[in-house]
Design a protein around this ligand. Structure first.
Ligand SMILES: NC(=O)c1ccc[n+]([C@@H]2O[C@H](COP(=O)([O-])OP(=O)(O)OC[C@H]3O[C@@H](n4cnc5c(N)ncnc54)[C@H](O)[C@@H]3O)[C@@H](O)[C@H]2O)c1
Ligand SMILES: [Zn+2]
Length: 360
């Protein structure tokens, strides 16, 4: 498996678009950064397409959708369930969707995760693609081929690995995003820089205000780099046996904080990254200055950096996490800004490190 940048393509209006190819065992995916939703007709046959979207995206962008049936789902993590999938299956049966039907997910991570799962299972699999409409979906959820839903109180418990044929990342769609959603996207972008691309962190520092203002060329650059980093990691380790774990940087503490407090994912990951960087310093891997600098960047992007819960509660929450392997856990440390190292450590050791780093 491998991924590489395709030639830089051109949009109809003459602006540049950047394409990336992700090749996985389950197929390959073209990520089109800077492509416009208006050009969807170049990728699909509208007469054979069923669109899956959510109420908000449909209200804002319906006029720009290709003609064809629209299945609109509700909002929020709570609807990411098998019940919603069942409802969509029923609609597809009513619409007489068959093996020649193309499923197009237009929305954020929730729509993409559900649409990908529906497309992968209905009639043993339909062709599918995404228009990613949130920053988080563009840099994270739509890339990598993981599709699925929550089950029994656990996130993403049921699903499949399967690559969409294409993902359109249209910067113009981000303008209507609530600011909190934008910041969550930047948390993952900063994460990608922290684990794999020091220069991107420099770029984010130098272009912070323009990035937060969603200036197209700036956001396009960081989205492209982010996708390139995630796609690179994923194509080397699609099923998360090793390197893909690096993408969990900040997420071990982050998930625990999210669970305990209910704050948005990206905010929890921001705090989790600061904690993980501090633990890396405590372990002697990372320079104190680098951890401080990362904290400053995260804070500069409007994300919280201090944990509202103590270490003991976080560790208790982690122990319940489905990903834990016995008393040990794969934890992502940094050995520099732009370089991550995954180590299996015991909870006791994690606790000792966190205490020593005076976290919580
Ligand atoms: N498959 C993966 O690899 C992967 C990776 C990361 C996250 N995820 C999943 O992604 C989900 C979160 O994704 P998300 O943050 O995009 O959430 P989301 O899909 O709920 O979107 C956030 C909100 O923004 C609205 N919205 C979407 N596009 C908009 C636009 N252009 N303008 C205005 N509003 C818009 C949505 O209606 C929604 O209310 C989680 O369920 C998470 O598990 C999956
Ligand atoms: Zn995340």
């Amino acid at each position: 498996m491998h991924s590489h940048a395709l030639s830089v393509g051109e949009k109809n209006d003459g602006e540049l678009m950047q394409k990336l190819l992700v090749e996985g065992a389950s197929g390959s995916s073209r990520i089109l950064v800077g492509e416009s939703i208006e050009n969807l007709k170049n990728y699909i046959d509208p007469r054979r397409t069923v669109i899956i979207t959510d109420g908000t995206v449909s209200r804002l962008y319906r006029q720009q959708f290709p003609v064809g049936p629209i299945v609109s789902i509700g909002l929020g993590e709570r609807i990411k369930t098998l019940e919603t999938v069942t409802t969509i299956f029923s609609r597809l049966v009513d619409l007489e969707a068959d093996r020649s039907t193309f499923i197009l997910g237009v929305g954020g991570g929730i729509v993409c995760d559900i649409a990908g799962f529906v497309a992968s299972t209905y009639m043993r699999g339909e062709r599918f693609g995404f228009v990613a409409t949130t920053l988080l979906a563009q840099v994270d959820a739509s890339v990598g081929g993981k599709n699925g839903v929550n089950f029994g109180g656990y996130k993403n418990m049921v699903g499949v690995f399967n690559q969409p044929e294409f993902v359109i990342c249209d910067m113009a769609l981000l303008k209507t995003l609530p600011v909190r959603e934008i910041l969550c996207g930047f948390a993952e972008i900063i994460k990608h820089g922290a684990i794999a691309d020091g220069p991107m962190l420099d770029f984010l520092e130098n272009h912070r205000d323009a990035a937060l203002d969603l200036e197209s060329s700036i956001v396009e650059h960081v989205v492209y780099r982010s996708v390139e980093i995630k796609a690179g990691v994923v194509t080397r380790d699609e099923r998360e046996h090793g390197e893909r774990r690096k993408l969990n940087f900040g997420h071990t503490f982050g998930h625990a904080i999210e669970k305990l407090t209910g704050i948005p994912h990206g905010e929890a990951v921001g705090i989790g990254m600061v904690l993980a960087a501090n633990l890396s310093v405590e372990k002697g891997m990372l320079a104190r200055n680098d951890a401080n600098r990362l904290e400053k960047i995260i804070h500069g992007f409007g994300l919280p950096v201090h944990s509202p819960v103590d270490v003991s509660s976080m560790l208790a929450a982690m122990r319940k996490d489905k990903k834990r392997e016995g008393d040990r856990i794969h934890f992502v440390f940094l050995d520099a800004l732009g370089s991550a190292r995954v180590e299996e450590i015991e909870f006791e050791e994690l606790y000792r490190l966190a205490k020593a780093a005076r976290i919580g």
